[in-house]
Ligand binder design. Structure first.
Ligand code: ZN
Length: 340
């Protein structure tokens, strides 16, 4: 069984499996005129300074249904993303898929609430010519077609710091070959299995232009077997992040290979929506489920290969306009639910 968030030994950095989340506005609703537009190449590949906030519209460009967006082309050469943010911004990520038994249902549920996510795929699952592998490759393409982003989770889900240089490089480059075959593009985002990193692995990934995406909100979904258990763990972690570390949002990590995780996704989204009704009454910042890693991303600039991104500096006008839109939608939704 593939365990995504294991304790890592042997000199690798330990990454806690449990950190999180927000409330969503689909970009189709936000900015219909910009759908399908692509940023100029030089912007997308900017190496200096924060990408986020340079242009108020930037976060809504090049959304969905394009292979460049879906393969994370805009996020190459980034600092290591941890998900830490003082804002109530949430990004959902799903690891270890695709799985024909669970991923299609998750895709429908994501669509139902207008949320885009990032899927870190195990390349071994989508290569080969068995009927199941071909089905998985089709599901992988469907993930991109529906506007989500896919990234590398290596070929065999091995912890990279435990491998020699040649084997670690194989895990990365073989995944690129598989993605090239399935998507006609290589991936630019990577989540090392288990979140296991080391200076050597960071350098290897850096040299190949990757941006490493970790997570700050896990839910231990690989350790349990019901959605309620996942939800409870998520809630505890989520609340602890704010209490202990002042992180009110972040990157949530679940696995789309478990049916209880697909159900837990719905519970988490509903909980965030309920919280927003309360936050609105108190006049506080609302949870905002984003569909763009730019909220947590910085281009690498001239830093070293192991540099971890500080929370991205976001344009205050952009955040304010998103919050204003959310407040209007939340007011309407919460009023409706009150009268049901
Ligand atoms: Zn994993």
């Amino acid at each position: 069984m593939a365990l995504c968030a294991a304790v890592v030994s042997g000199g690798a950095l330990f990454v806690d499996s449990t950190r999180t989340a927000t409330n969503a506005v689909s970009d189709e609703q936000i900015n219909p005129d910009r759908i399908g537009e692509k940023p100029a190449e030089e912007e997308a590949f900017s190496r200096n300074g924060p990408v986020v906030g340079a242009n108020g519209n930037r976060l809504y460009l090049d959304k969905g249904e394009t292979a460049d967006w879906g393969l994370g082309n805009s996020f190459r050469n980034g600092l290591v993303m941890t998900g830490a943010t003082p804002h109530r911004l949430i990004l959902f990520t799903f690891d270890d898929g695709p799985d024909r038994r669970t991923t299609p249902l998750l895709l429908d549920r994501l669509d139902a609430v207008g949320v885009k996510a990032v899927f870190f795929l195990i390349a071994r699952r989508i290569t080969g010519n068995t009927p199941i592998e071909r089905q998985h490759a089709n599901i992988a393409r469907e993930i991109v077609r529906r506007g989500h982003i896919v990234g590398s989770h290596t070929h065999d889900h091995l912890q990279l710091p435990l491998l020699g240089n040649e084997d670690a490089l194989y895990q990365v480059t073989q995944t690129e070959r598989v993605f090239q075959k399935v998507f006609n593009r290589r991936p630019w985002l990577i989540r090392p299995p288990g979140g296991a990193r080391s200076p050597r692995i960071d350098r290897l990934l850096w040299e190949r232009g990757y941006t490493t995406m970790l997570w700050n909100i896990g839910a231990g979904d690989f350790q349990v077997s019901t959605a309620e258990q996942v939800f409870r763990t998520w809630r505890n972690v989520f609340e602890r992040r704010e209490t202990d570390e002042g992180e009110r949002g972040g990157i949530i990590m679940l696995h789309d290979t478990y049916p209880w995780s697909v159900d837990a996704f719905q519970l988490i989204v509903m909980n965030l929506m309920d919280r927003n009704c309360e936050l609105l009454k108190r006049g506080e910042e609302l949870f905002d489920i984003v569909d763009d890693p730019s909220f947590f991303f910085r281009a690498r600039g001239n830093r070293t290969e192991s540099a971890v991104s500080p929370p991205a500096t976001l344009d205050s006008n952009l955040l304010a306009s998103r919050q204003e839109r959310l407040r209007r939608q939340t007011a309407e939704r919460c009023r409706l639910s009150t009268f049901q």
